[in-house]
Ligand binder design. Structure first.
Ligand SMILES: NC(=O)c1ccc[n+]([C@@H]2O[C@H](COP(=O)([O-])OP(=O)(O)OC[C@H]3O[C@@H](n4cnc5c(N)ncnc54)[C@H](OP(=O)(O)O)[C@@H]3O)[C@@H](O)[C@H]2O)c1
Length: 178
């Protein structure tokens, strides 16, 4: 069975980026000497699925930050217009969350890193997230792009662990109750 997994950082007031997509506030507060568990998290994922908003940020990163296949959900991006797709394993798909999970499952993928606020919201709505690692950064942004949003019904979570770091980051892992 294919499952979706989140690993994302948020301001204390619930934003993953400023309104214009800026994440400098996050990068400047991330101490490279601290191990926040990203390498361990990504090690057992076999594909990365993100929204167009997240891709618009990472597409400028040099070197390309992913060693695994990347799927971008977008109804507006055109695959042919993306130079990075020529060298990296990146696919643009205009499909629903359940359609992309069925497609990836049929291709043999099992554990999907789901990234991007709006995409995580739509995957939560569709019941396609199994667990999430949320890292809370000690800053209030006041406005920005939200990690969570409206839901048709409550999503119950089981708290599995919380770890705090000297930098002030607080990281919690939650399992979604099915
Ligand atoms: N703090 C962190 O750890 C962290 C992590 C990841 C990203 N970020 C930042 O967050 C920002 C992006 O997040 P975001 O919430 O704005 O966007 P997002 O979730 O990455 O992407 C949303 C876009 O994806 C497309 N899309 C296609 N199918 C969708 C679906 N089923 N549900 C939702 N979107 C779908 C839509 O674009 P189309 O109009 O093209 O269809 C939509 O506008 C960026 O600035 C990124 O750098 C921060």
């Amino acid at each position: 069975m294919i499952t979706g997994h989140g690993f994302i950082a948020t301001s204390l007031d619930g934003f993953i980026a400023r309104p214009d997509g800026d994440i400098g506030w996050l990068l400047s507060r991330t101490d490279p000497a601290e191990d926040h568990g990203y390498d361990a998290f990504i090690a057992d994922k076999d594909v990365i699925l993100m929204g167009r908003g997240t891709f618009e940020t990472v597409r400028g990163f040099t070197p390309w930050p992913y060693e695994k296949p990347v799927v971008v959900l977008s109804s507006t991006l055109c695959h042919r217009s993306l130079p990075e797709c020529a060298t990296a394993d990146v696919r643009i798909l205009d499909v629903t969350p359940s359609e992309v999970m069925h497609l990836l499952e049929a291709e043999g993928f099992r554990r999907v890193y789901v990234d991007g606020g709006r995409v995580i919201q739509s995957f939560l709505q569709a019941g396609l997230i199994a667990d999430m690692v949320i890292t809370v950064v000690p800053v209030l942004l006041g406005q920005g792009r939200r990690l969570f949003g409206p839901l048709p019904q409550d999503v119950a979570l089981v708290h599995e662990a919380t770890q705090s770091f000297p930098s002030g980051l607080v990281q919690s892992r939650y399992r979604v109750v099915r």
